[in-house]
Ligand binder design. Structure first.
Ligand code: ADP
Ligand code: ZN
Length: 728
């Protein structure tokens, strides 16, 4: 028997398997997908068994032997093995890199898994011992007797509660015994509540998907905010479980998982595993074990959960499918939807994409008939969509209200008077976002990244939001030495202060990257807001999606133009989606909701579509723009970034690549650039960008692979290839 083993060196040149003879002692236990230790050169390394066979063509005498199984579990099942190959093909990463990405750190090839196993020791009476006799004979050992009496009543006690020398004596004399139980870090003991009966509209959607549970079919569930999409997911998952299968639900952000996971615990009890990047390594390890051991029916998680080894998968659901968090921005740069389509195909099961604002690509595919469109047009429980008012901030500026309009302040005050809650959204953190000298015009920028530094008042420093470069708050301009520094631009930190100036008695809680750095901070903020400890939740993008608070009747959006002014073809789509989602947080309960959007460009069409809640009008309008400029969904994109510390080198290599691509790709394909990348200087490295636009190009894959192979060996120039860029 021979095994082909993929070893752990994550070097392109080594990205191939090596054949080993399988030692007799593990012949019957070794399986494809297991982690093994093999001799390699002069040392030993870990690797995965990729395949096994009875034949080997070549010189058998030269083969080394595999005799050590590192992990008796099947770390990679057949589906994951194949998914890894697909991930490699799709993103041009190495195969070992693909598997390393798919596994949690604790199971990665180098790690010892046992150190993550958590056990708890319990003490109980040894049934073979005559305890009463022992008590009679040892009347003076008061402490020992106390322990025994307690054990007679409670049968089993946590060892750490009673650990003492007396206990040690009892253990040594075999009067009591110790037992270890496996323990998970996340334990769920929520009371399970009944499902809501579906509304007529929900039922129709449910029935349609139910009819395809044993098929590969992709659905786009287009439902307005609060239309009960999540409730439909829950019913579908229950149906899948009835058929002895399991479900995977992906959500965009961790903040979103908080409320949703609680909802899932209430419906599925401890049959839910949670999987996202904010879990500790130990928690991830535990949740992974629950999945591997088939102890759960549902996995809820962020994008990396797409790689969890769920056996007998019956449905995949991607909530808020348009979210850009489904794209991984570092290697391997995968797009979760691609991976989900693979698993849906592999298992012959449905994939449901849910959203109030589907991405243009998804909607275009659905309109073409590639996906099946399902619609939820109404909010449940007769709740109506909130009324949206647009405020012209140019007019407000004239009235000296640069931050909060009169209308918004009045509405907030009214809301608080009625004991209702408010969400205020500003998509920028920090205090002031631009610091300039009034005297000489000097502006503080990051020396490594060339972008403006942001002032953070709570820590009294200026910070680069890209690389973390930090300096103390200066008092004088470094150029002209005048004390004339001015702080412009608005971040959430300053917004909070300004709000308290206007409404001093308001209880405000802020949620952004700075206030949620600590583990558990998200959950705490959301819980306290839910419990009514605060009137106003103020925050960044984090609070725009998914949150479901019945008592929120007002949402205010500050500086809604921020995302609109980004230099990216997706800026309008992103803004429409963000505003619609944010507005959707209002009026979800019995009370009607309102939304105030503050903008400096009220004439922009996007606001009209948001106000009318008219996704279709937005879609038609934006498709025209995309068509005019040959952007997706009319064309596919690939992006290449050429990076180097040496400006000239980066520039000349980018030119070479341009020539190579135009010479080798098909004539219908467009190659644009090289231009300076959006973040041109990042961490002291210069980055040039090339964009490829294509409809169908049979030569593209080979060309990109060839380039990748050349630059992987180049120490001075780095080439980042992204075959599914979400922004450029
Ligand atoms: P979405 O995911 O589309 O934003 P949700 O599933 O969160 O919508 O539903 C919005 C609110 O309506 C939630 O509080 C949910 O509990 C409630 N809800 C959804 N479906 C029903 C139903 N069939 N009966 C009663 N309440 C429902
Ligand atoms: Zn920087």
């Amino acid at each position: 028997m021979y095994a082909n083993v993929l070893v752990e060196y994550n070097v392109k040149a080594l990205d191939k398997t090596f054949t080993y003879k399988v030692a007799d002692k593990i012949k019957n236990t070794l399986k494809v997908g297991m982690k093994v230790k093999v001799p390699f050169g002069h040392t030993y390394v870990n690797g995965f068994v990729i395949d096994m066979s009875n034949h080997f063509q070549g010189d058998i005498s030269k083969l080394k032997e595999v005799s050590v199984i590192e992990d008796p579990h099947l770390v990679l099942n057949q589906e994951l093995l194949e998914l890894g190959v697909y991930l490699k093909e799709k993103t041009l990463c190495s195969l070992i890199g693909a598997y390393q990405t798919m596994l949690p750190s604790s199971l990665k090839i180098k790690n010892q898994k046992s150190k993550y196993d958590l056990e708890t020791s319990y003490i109980s009476l040894n049934e073979k011992a005559d305890v009463n006799k022992y008590i009679n004979e040892n009347k003076k050992s008061v402490k020992q007797i106390a322990i025994l009496k307690r054990l007679q009543l409670e049968s089993k006690i946590l060892k750490k509660e009673i650990n003492s020398s007396s206990l040690q004596t009892l253990l040594a004399r075999n009067i009591v015994k110790e037992e270890k139980e496996k323990q998970y870090r996340i334990n769920i003991n929520k009371k399970i509540i009944d499902d809501n009966p579906l509304t007529k509209e929900q039922q129709e959607v449910f029935d349609r998907v139910k009819n395809s549970l044993n098929k590969e079919e992709t659905f786009l569930l287009h439902g307005v905010t609060g239309s009960g999409k999540t409730e439909v997911y829950i019913h579908l998952i229950k149906e899948v479980i009835k058929n002895q299968k399991r479900a995977l639900l992906l959500v965009p952000e961790i903040t979103l998982t908080t409320q949703l996971v609680e909802r899932f615990y209430e419906r599925f009890g401890n049959k839910v595993a949670l999987f996202h990047s904010a879990l500790s390594e130990g928690e991830k390890y535990d949740e992974y074990q629950k999945i591997l051991n088939d102890e759960v029916d549902v996995v809820v998680g962020t994008r990396s959960a797409i790689f969890t080894p769920i056996n007998n998968l019956g449905i995949i659901i991607i909530d808020e499918e348009q979210s850009e968090s489904y794209k991984q921005e570092n290697m391997p740069r995968y797009y979760t939807l691609d991976m989900a389509l693979f698993r849906s195909h592999y298992n012959k099961i449905p994939l449901v994409l849910g959203s109030a604002t589907p991405s243009l690509e998804t909607m275009a595919r659905a309109k073409k008939g590639v996906y099946t469109i399902l619609t939820l047009s109404k909010r449940v429980n007769k709740a109506i969509l909130p009324k949206i008012t647009l405020v012209d901030m140019q007019q407000e500026m004239k009235k000296r209200n640069p931050i909060f309009s009169e209308l918004l302040i009045n509405k907030i005050t009214k809301c608080l008077a009625q004991n209702e809650q408010v969400i205020i959204f500003l998509n920028r953190r920090g205090h002031s976002t631009i610091i300039t000298c009034q005297n000489c015009g000097y502006t503080y920028k990051c020396p490594h990244c060339d972008i403006s530094l942001t002032y953070h008042k709570s820590t009294n420093n200026l910070r680069c939001h890209y690389c973390g470069y930090t300096i103390f708050k200066p008092t004088k301009c470094p150029e002209c030495h005048e004390e004339s520094l001015n702080y412009y631009g608005l971040g959430t930190e300053k917004l909070e202060q300004e709000l308290l100036k206007k409404i001093p008695l308001a209880k405000v809680i802020r949620m952004d990257v700075d206030t949620t750095a600590k583990k558990g901070a998200h959950e705490k903020i959301l819980k306290e807001f839910q419990d009514g400890k605060y009137d106003i939740l103020l925050g960044t993008q984090m609070i725009s999606k998914g949150l479901d608070f019945a008592n929120v009747t007002l949402v205010g959006v500050i500086n809604a133009d921020l995302s609109l002014n980004m230099p990216d073809y997706k800026a309008r789509e992103r803004t429409f989606s963000l505003l619609t989602q944010t507005a959707g947080r209002s009026g979800r309960g019995e009370k009607a909701g309102e939304v105030i959007i503050q903008s400096f460009n009220v004439d922009n069409e996007i606001f009209k579509f948001v106000q009318e809640n008219n996704y279709n009008a937005f879609y038609n309008y934006e498709m025209l723009n995309r068509h005019k400029l040959d952007y997706p969904p009319y064309y596919y994109l690939a992006s290449l970034k050429v990076a180097s510390k040496d400006y000239d080198l980066a520039s000349s290599e980018a030119q070479k690549i341009y020539k190579f691509l135009t010479d080798n790709l098909e004539k219908t394909t467009m190659v644009l650039g090289p231009t300076t990348a959006n973040q041109f200087r990042l961490n002291g490295i210069f980055r040039f960008q090339l964009i490829i636009k294509y409809k169908k190009d049979t030569k593209l894959d080979a060309c990109l692979k060839q380039l990748d192979n050349i630059y992987i060996m180049n120490k001075k120039v780095n080439l980042e290839i992204d075959t599914s860029p979400l922004s450029i």
